[in-house]
Design a protein around this ligand. Structure first.
Ligand SMILES: Cc1ncc(COP(=O)(O)O)c(C=O)c1O
Length: 344
């Protein structure tokens, strides 16, 4: 049975061009700074994001952790959304490994944290309090349904942070989805952040890897932090080669994933028991609720899986579907037929 895999954009497999580039990659010892392909990827990433330097790391989780460890010392506080990937899904690594105190603030449904909430949370100089050092944002916002934070919002948070002497870290795992959705150069979205992490291994379809971008000084610090968490790697050019192809060939096509997600959302919204506003779907993530007496979200996911449509439940009444490189417009049509059958 052909499978339509909507569990995540992380399931994407490398393209033939990536495999070819990987086979041909020139490599060296990256801990010595001698892997020419890694160096090329880092230079390309820094240029795309409009930053001085970049660092290739294994994953989005490692990228975020390394950035948080580089911005904050033990006992420092970071402001973070209560639905942020960093806060919810990364094992509290910044607290566990870095002694960083998280200050979770409510994420609005559009992925933002209200500016007033941030202002109120910034600590004054008082011996009783931890020191606020950092504001973390996520764009696009995964648990808020792939919501795009606007340029205006990014600027407003950047301005607030500068006024209070704070740094901004942007978990931009899907920042290229945000840039494509807004129709802007990714540079301007990264402009207000002191550090940005983005992932090659999600919608961009590379097999492994994320990049951290920032000032040369920040990246030198991050390189140390990457080493202490065991992330200093050697002939990583083999996978960096796929990352270069991802950045050069796979960004523009994200618009197809967004169009497919919209199509899926519009089709789902009219089915019995599904609660979803398609207008909220801006990128590749479709989060919806199931309101039915006769079926739980887990039961729905199971029945869909038996029919070859795979997705995840994400707690409560919610389910999540993510479009990606391997899902075509025709697949979306087929998936909607299966949904309609199962919910009939
Ligand atoms: C917003 C966001 N940040 C970070 C990550 C972590 O990336 P990785 O799975 O590469 O560790 C994810 C993964 O889905 C994510 O959605």
């Amino acid at each position: 049975m052909p499978v339509i895999d909507l569990r995540s954009d992380t399931i994407t497999r490398p393209t033939p061009a990536m495999r070819e580039a990987m086979a041909q990659a020139e490599v060296g010892d990256d801990v010595f700074g001698e892997d020419p392909t890694v160096n090329r990827l880092e230079a390309l990433a820094a240029e795309r994001l409009g930053k001085e330097a970049a660092l290739f790391v294994t994953s989005g989780t490692m990228g975020n952790l390394v950035c948080l460890l580089s911005h904050c010392g033990r006992g420092d506080e970071m402001i973070v959304g209560d639905q942020a990937h960093t806060y919810v899904y990364e094992q509290g690594g910044s607290a566990a490994l870095g002694g960083i105190h998280p200050r979770p603030l409510r994420n609005q449904p559009d992925g933002t944290i209200a500016l007033q909430d941030i202002k109120t949370a910034i600590r004054g100089d008082d011996v009783h309090f931890p020191r606020t050092r950092l504001i973390c944002l996520e764009n696009t916002h995964n648990r808020c349904g792939g919501a795009v934070l606007t340029l205006e919002y990014m600027h407003a948070v950047g301005e607030l942070a500068r006024r209070h002497g704070l740094a901004v870290h942007l978990d931009g795992a899907r920042i290229f989805n945000a840039a494509v959705a807004l129709g802007v150069d990714v540079k301007v979205l990264a402009d207000d952040a002191d550090s940005v992490t983005f992932c090659l291994s999600k919608g961009l379809a590379a097999p492994v890897g994320s990049l951290i971008c920032g000032s040369a000084e920040f990246i030198a610090e991050a390189r140390r932090a990457r080493k202490v968490v065991g992330g200093g790697w050697r002939q990583a050019g083999v996978i960096a080669a796929a990352g270069i192809v991802a950045l050069e060939q796979m960004v523009e096509r994200l618009a197809e994933d967004h169009a497919n997600a919209k199509r899926l959302a519009e089709g789902l919204a009219v089915l019995p028991g599904i609660v979803l506003d398609p207008a909220q779907v801006q990128t590749d993530i479709v989060i919806f609720e199931l309101h039915r007496e006769d079926m739980t979200p887990d039961a729905l996911a199971e029945r869909l899986r038996e029919r070859g449509v795979w997705l995840f439940t994400i707690g409560g009444r919610r389910l999540r579907a993510v479009t990606n490189y391997h899902v075509t417009a025709a697949d979306i049509g087929r998936a909607l037929e299966v949904f309609a059958d199962v919910l009939a």
